[in-house]
Ligand binder design. Sequence first.
Ligand code: ARG
Length: 465
Amino acid sequence: MYREPLLGKTSDLVSTYITSISADREIANEVILTLIEHVFELYRTGVINKETFCKIYRALVELSTDITKILSSPEAQKYEDVHELIEKILIDKLGQDVAGWIGLGRSRNDHVVTAHKLRLRAKLVELLDELLTFRKTLVERASEYSETPFIVYTHAQPAQVTTFGHYLLSVDECVSLHIELLMKVLEDVVNKSPLGAGPGAGTIAPIDREREAKDLGFSNIVKSTIFAVDTRSYFTLTCSIIANLLVELTRFANDLMLYSHPNIDYVRIPDEHCATSSIMPHKRNPVTLEIFRARTGQVVGNLVSMFTILHSIGKGYYLDLQEVTPCAWQIIDIAITSIRVLNDLVSKILINVDKVLEDARKFPVTSAESAEKLALDKGVSFREAYRYLADHFKRGIFVHLLDPEEVIKLRKVRGSGAPEEVRRRIAEAKEEIDKQQERLANIKATIVTSVESLLKRCEEVCLEA
Ligand code: ARG
C-alpha cells in the first residue's frame, strides 16, 4: 500500500524477503495499543472529531482479537509489516476519509519502538518474576544446607571445604545483582516513551508526548525525537545483562554436571532432569543442564548478531534495524524458560554428604587453613608453614591438617561459609527479595492501571458516539 503511489507493485520474491510480518506477531497487540493512544491524542487535540476517533477506536479493538490469526495468513505476507497491514485493514473497513487520518503525526519508526518497549516491558516483568522465584529457591535450599559440608573447586581440582549453603548463596548474589541491573534498565531505558517522535525529527501535528507517555504507563519520554527512534539500546542493554547472567549460570550448570559426575558424586541431579541412553541402560545424562548451556550459546550468538547489525549503520532508521528485533525476543524467551527449568532442578537437587566428607578427608582440602593456623598460632611465617606442609604432602604424609568440619566453623570473615554467617546472609537476602518484589509489584501496577484507565477513557468518550 505505501509503495504503490511512487513505486508501484513489487514481486513476491522481494516482498517476502523484506517483510517483518511473521516476526510482528510478537508485537501485534502492542502496535494496536500504540495506535489507540495515537488516535486518542489526535482526538484530544482536536485534529480528528469524536466520530472519526470512535470509528477507528472500535475497529482497532475489534481487530485486536484476530490480528494474530490475520498475520499468519499467506495474504499478510504481501505487506511490509503489521503497521501497513493494519492501516490497510482500517482503510478497507472505514474508508480513506476516516482511517486515512491515522497516518498523521505518526511514523512506523516511532510506533514500532513504542510497541517494542511495551512488549519488552511485559516480558521483562515475566523474567524478573522468574528470577525472584529462583532467588527464593536458592535461599531456601541454602538455609537447608547452611551447615552441610561441601568442597569447592579451583582449576576443576578439590580446593577448599565450605558449606553447600555458602555455595548456593554465591549463585543467589549473582542473580540478585542481575535483577537490580534489569530493573534499572527497565525503569531508565525501556520505560521511556518514544511515541510522537515521528520518523526521527518529529512532527508538526499538535501531539503532547508527555501525556501520551503517561497514558501508556511510561515513566517519561525519551527527550530527543532522534534518540527516541534511532536506537535499539533498550534491546541491547537488556540482552547484554541477560547474556551475562546466563553465562554466569551456565558456569553453575557446568559445576553441577561436574559435581554430579559418578566419580565425584557430591550432587544428585533429580531423575526428571536426566535422560538415559537407548543402548546403555545405566546412563543418567544431565540433559536439562546441557540444553541450558547450549541455549546460552544461542543467546550469546544472538547478542553478537544484534551488535554486528547495529555497528554497520548510521543513527537514523535503516531496515537493518528490523532484523535486530527477533534476536532480542529469542534471547528473552530463552532466558525465561531456562531460568524456570534451572529453578526446578535446584529445588530438587540432593547432596551426598558422606561422599563430600570422605573426599574432604582424602584430599587435603583444609591445607590453606592448616598453614594459616600454624602461622597464626605458632608464629611461623605463612610461607614456611606452606613449604613444610607441601613437603609432607609430596611424600603422602598428611600432617597438621585441620578437620574439615572444624575449618568451616573457624572462618569468621564476612561472606564466608561458616553456618552462622550463612544464616545471617540468608536473613539479609530474604529482606532484599522482599524489597525487589515490592519494586516489581509497583512497576506492574503502574503498567496495568495506566493501560486500563486509557481504554476506560476511550470507552467513555465513545459511549454515546
Ligand atoms: N517493520 C519495521 C521494523 O520492524 C517497522 C519500521 C519500518 N520503518 C521504515 N521506515 N521502513 O523495524
